[in-house]
Design a protein around this ligand. Structure first.
Ligand code: ADP
Ligand code: MG
Length: 700
């Protein structure tokens, strides 16, 4: 039976069940059902030890001697209680029904196989209404099953398609298929080289394995296949785009770049900065449009790299722009870059929604005439009325804050050809995810911090330690340093959060009174001008404490700030915590990040805070984040609903992904068109699944 056969034609389905299968599971065809994989399995091929069973709600199978049987209670609470013992512990078994019959048939001293769901009561584990079977020589060997459990819903259950019903359908489906219905998609050499089972076998065994090792083999093969074809597709797109997309050639390194490098650059570049600049330089001279992502932890010095890339564009007679996600950040870039450039003769302008009237007209005019070399700003830069004379390079800071369309809008502003594009992010994305999400971008990593920075000391404190925390604040302020105090602000709970922020601000104002102390406050509800004013006071050192919501998260640079206090830290995601922490530790002195939380924490919350305390490495943090939250929720991935897999899990399958990518790259290297006979299967499969995959080309 071909896999595109409509699901109603499967024996046991029919029009009514077909309807629910479509609505509830999106199963329209036999093929869809085949790829409705079990989400877990009940392993009755082996026995657990009583002493090791710990997870409430899990199903377990034990083998042990029945010890004691008693009828307890009266009336409604009347129950039969027995104990089962193996050499590791005892377990209570409870029945509320069929008491008399069970009391007669169960025999103390005999050995039983017991299966059921574990619960805990008064600190003791028990199973109520377990399946019981007396141990005999043959039931230990045979009839021990490894059963798939399928995701189901109420509506499906009503139609008899609970986990068991689905199991039966899958059995029928697989019995009706032959190896010819599920042709192999991977070359034989690859199967042999990586010791993978055939597709036919994998699809059988993913549903009905006989034991764990068969399941593992099937899982590995199917995960590999899924990730491999994804990578093959992404790498193909990237090759094609590289072949097709012509770009400006910036071959010259001229006066701007050299002048800056020799006379203005106030520090030695780190090795990582130099390496990334070389990569950019090579891209810009290659004749194709650059599409490069720079990943670098907060404080790793991305700005100066961006600036030097812009100077390369200028040296070749082109303009450049730098777009930042917030007004504050854009202004800081403008101020910082203008200062770095000094009297070099580079003309830099600033443009945001707040720049209006004559000022705006002047900027726009100078962009058209080419009088302005560089423009730095916010989203305003992508508006239609912003026209460049010769835009050659567009840089986007904190790229995950921008949507795909916004980035695409910059492309159109080039002079004949699209400008080279450089996107920068301080949200480290784990390698596995970057490979997939940005599979068709080139990625550079600045994995080295400028010298002389002391690692930030991170502490986790609860409410009880507030006085101690204030002590640290006082000490640091006495040394002339500054302090951030950040509150969560989440849309759904905005009112309560606002109150929390204000209460916190008032308490701080009492504990740190004027005139000895000055406190700034910045939050999203303030007018842009007020925000700015407060920010500036803090930047200039006129205030020692900055109370804020996460508006300061992105990019703000005050090297003199040495303490970051995060209130209700358990409510922040890991990447946000890491971003916030990156606001301090920018000078040479010891800095602190203090995570305040309530005493009671969820398991995830605790792991997040512990991770922060243990490491400063953004990539390690990103890996943990990916594991805790899953790829769909990672910052920077929201736009990619296409990270949906049947079986692969980017959080866990990094190794398989890396192998899959490497193999895919090798194959394309040797045979870009997949024209060789041994690649026929690959080509066939790519073509057969091409339609659903078209979305991929739109990811970045
Ligand atoms: P981010 O990567 O977070 O955007 P920035 O570009 O803001 O980091 O740089 C952080 C700070 O480090 C800035 O004050 C910058 O001047 C400084 N800096 C950058 N590169 C170096 C370097 N190679 N040596 C010393 N300081 C550097
Ligand atoms: Mg930055």
């Amino acid at each position: 039976m071909p896999l595109d056969t409509a699901i109603e034609y499967l024996k046991g389905v029919g029009p009514q069940r077909a309807e629910v299968l479509k609505k509830e599971l999106g199963v329209f065809t036999l093929g869809d059902l085949l790829f409705h994989f079990p989400f877990r399995y009940i392993d009755r091929t082996r026995f657990h030890r009583i002493g090791e069973a710990r997870t409430e709600g899990e199903q377990y199978q034990f083998k042990g001697i029945l010890r004691r049987i008693e009828v307890l209670g009266e009336g409604r609470v009347k129950r039969l209680v027995a104990t089962l013992r193996d050499d590791s512990g005892v377990l209570e078994l409870i029945w509320f029904q069929a008491i008399q019959w069970l009391e007669r048939s169960l025999v103390v001293g005999k050995e039983y196989v017991v299966f059921g769901r574990l619960s805990e009561f008064n600190g003791r584990f028990n199973i109520s209404h377990p399946e019981m079977e007396e141990v005999s020589p043959d039931n230990l060997q045979s009839a021990r099953t490894f059963d798939p459990v399928y995701p189901s819903t109420d509506k499906l259950t009503q139609k008899g398609l609970d986990a068991k019903g689905l199991r039966k359908l899958l059995r029928t489906l697989l019995d009706g298929l032959t190896a010819a219905d599920l042709p192999e998609t991977l070359p034989d050499a690859l199967l042999a080289g990586y010791r993978m089972v055939s597709r036919w076998e994998a699809l059988q065994k993913i549903h009905f394995p006989e034991n764990q090792s068969e399941l593992d083999a099937a899982t590995r093969r199917l995960k590999f296949e899924e990730l491999f074809f994804l990578q093959l597709r992404l790498l193909q797109i990237r090759r094609r785009r590289k072949d097709a997309s012509k770009g400006f050639v910036f071959e010259k390194i001229g006066d701007f770049f050299n002048g800056f490098f020799r006379e203005k650059l106030p520090f030695e570049l780190t090795g990582a900065q130099k390496r990334v600049l070389k990569e950019i330089r090579a891209d810009l001279a290659a004749g194709q449009q650059m599409n490069r992502l720079i990943q670098g932890d907060v404080g790793s010095g991305k700005t100066v790299v961006a600036l030097m890339a812009m100077l390369m564009a200028l040296d070749n007679g082109y303009q450049a722009c730098l777009m930042a996600p917030t007004e504050i950040l854009a202004q800081q870039h403008f101020a910082g870059i203008s200062e770095l450039l000094g009297e070099l003769g580079v003309r830099v302008g600033f443009l945001s929604g707040g720049v209006k009237g004559k000022k705006r007209e002047a900027i726009l005019e100078q962009l058209v005439t080419g009088e302005l070399h560089i423009v730095i700003g916010t989203h305003a830069l992508i508006e239609d009325w912003v026209v460049f004379r010769r835009l050659g390079l567009a840089i986007i800071d904190e790229q995950h804050r921008f949507g795909v369309e916004q980035r695409a809008a910059l492309w159109k502003k080039g002079a004949g050809l699209p400008p080279h594009v450089l996107v920068m992010t301080a949200t480290p994305i784990p390698r596995t995810l970057a490979m997939t999400l940005y599979g068709d971008l080139d990625v550079s990593v600045i994995d080295e911090l400028p010298p002389g920075r002391k690692p930030i000391t991170t502490l986790h404190k609860t409410e009880h330690h507030r006085l101690r925390v204030q002590g640290i604040m006082r000490e640091e302020i006495a040394k002339g340093r500054q302090v951030y105090v950040v509150y969560p602000m989440i849309e759904e709970t905005e009112k309560a959060d606002m109150l929390n922020l204000m209460t916190g601000f008032e308490a701080l104002s009492r504990d740190f009174p004027i005139p000895e102390y000055q406190i700034s406050i910045v939050h999203g509800k303030m007018k842009a001008a007020d925000k700015d004013f407060e920010m500036q006071r803090f930047v200039k050192g006129e205030t020692q404490i900055m109370v804020a919501t996460t508006v300061i998260e992105v990019g703000v640079n005050v090297p003199n700030a040495s303490v970051m206090i995060i209130e209700n830290a358990e409510r922040f995601g890991l990447s946000q915590l890491h971003q916030l922490r990156g606001r301090v530790g920018r000078g040479a002195e010891q800095s602190f990040c203090i995570l305040l939380s309530s005493f009671k924490l969820s398991a995830d919350g605790r792991e997040r805070l512990q991770t922060m305390v243990q490491t400063n490495d953004g990539f390690v943090i990103a890996e943990v984040d990916l594991r805790l939250r899953g790829p769909g929720n990672m910052e920077g991935t929201q736009q990619s609903g296409m990270l949906r897999f049947h079986i692969a899990d980017l959080g866990r399958d990094g190794q398989i992904l890396a192998a899959a990518r490497e193999i895919a790259a090798k194959i394309l290297e040797a045979d870009p068109g997949l024209a060789a006979p041994e690649h026929l299967r690959l080509r066939t499969h790519l073509e057969a699944t091409g339609k659903e995959a078209r979305v991929w080309s739109r990811i970045s």
